[in-house]
Design a protein around this ligand. Structure first.
Ligand SMILES: [Cu+2]
Length: 122
């Protein structure tokens, strides 16, 4: 009986530890562990290869935000979708408008995804 109780307690502790570890792992992943960060650095030296395709849906200069229907973003491991991005510099939005086809670079910075470069395409 004594032994069983002890085993149960140990099990509880293990379960708690495991849950904590699993949580830590899941919260670390979106921030980009060692692997995505390494990729981003490497890709920064080969600009043309890592830019994603997109089509602008909405531009919000005041909020420094842009909605882009984008293709796969390899450095962020993100499939194609339509989403809102922050932009690094509001001035980037002066050159674009809804409907424009672009190539752009997006990076993960402090939990947010920020567009750091926009190039119009014809
Ligand atoms: Cu996306």
């Amino acid at each position: 009986m004594k032994l069983t109780m002890k085993s149960f307690k140990t099990l509880l502790i293990l379960a708690t530890l495991f849950a904590g570890a699993a949580h830590a792992q899941s919260t670390m992943k979106p921030g980009g562990g060692a692997v995505p960060m390494g990729d981003a650095k490497k890709e920064a030296t080969t600009p043309s290869a890592e830019m994603a395709d997109g089509e602008i849906r909405k531009v919000d200069k005041e909020a420094k935000k842009i909605t882009i229907k984008h293709g796969e973003i390899k450095n962020l491991e993100m499939p194609g979708m339509t989403m809102v991005f922050q932009v690094k510099d509001a001035a980037m939005l002066d050159a674009v408008k809804a409907g424009d086809k672009i190539r752009f670079r997006a990076e993960s910075a402090g939990g947010a995804i920020v567009v750091t470069e926009i190039q119009p395409t014809q």
